[in-house]
Ligand binder design. Structure first.
Ligand SMILES: [Cu+2]
Length: 216
């Protein structure tokens, strides 16, 4: 009985520590660049360590990080940092690739599609934004012509959707063809990095359990 209680206490302590470590509770937040020229959802909250996973519907969208109040105006890449998926064309169903961005801050953030006038038409989304920030950005964006795109893909990981648990029908046919091209674009390295994060998190939990037993 005593050991059961100790184990329960250890488990509770480990859970509390895990809750305090953002990486341990990292969520994947799916955001779709839709054929309707929107991001769905367009407003999300994310913790440090969470992953924004962008999906791309027809016909040719992208996602880049912008900057609230930029002197360069809306629909322009952030002056520092950020990310850009590159263009993700697809004629039927979602592009088989998704773009994953790991949040390293909880500061309000805005992203947009760089395709021609999509940003001006409201293809914009925000993370951890205050009330009104999305609408304000959209209003400013509506006055411009075309968005500005970064020169190259950066700030995230382009990977296949193999890990997604909610594949829709249109993706099933695509997955079979991914294996041949996934080896040459760094997917293996990406998965290795994610595995390392999980391993490190497990180490923290085990260390916490050990510490509790030592105190009892
Ligand atoms: Cu677009």
């Amino acid at each position: 009985m005593r050991s059961t209680a100790a184990a329960a206490a250890a488990a509770a302590a480990a859970t509390a520590l895990l809750a305090a470590a953002p990486a341990a509770l990292a969520d994947t937040i799916k955001i779709t660049a839709t054929s309707d020229l929107t991001f769905d959802p367009s407003e999300v909250t994310a913790a440090k360590g969470d992953v924004l996973e962008f999906h791309f519907e027809p016909s040719n969208h992208s996602v880049a990080m912008g900057e609230f109040g930029s002197i360069n105006g809306p629909c322009v890449p952030a002056n520092e940092g950020g990310f850009f998926s590159g263009y993700m064309p697809t004629s039927g169903g979602e592009n088989e690739k998704v773009f994953q961005v790991t949040m390293n801050s909880t500061d309000p953030m805005v992203f947009y599609c760089t395709q021609s006038n999509h940003c001006a038409q409201g293809m914009i989304g925000v993370v951890n934004a205050d009330d009104g920030q999305l609408d304000g950005y959209k209003t400013n964006a509506s006055a411009i012509a075309n968005a500005v795109a970064p020169k190259s893909v950066f700030g995230g990981v382009l990977t296949t959707e193999a890990d997604a648990s909610d594949d829709d029908d249109s993706d099933d046919g695509d997955d079979g063809g991914d294996s041949s091209d996934s080896s040459g674009d760094g997917d293996q390295d990406d998965e290795g990095a994610a595995g390392t994060v999980r391993a490190a998190t497990g180490g923290v939990a085990l260390a916490a359990v050990g510490a509790v037993f030592a105190m009892i």
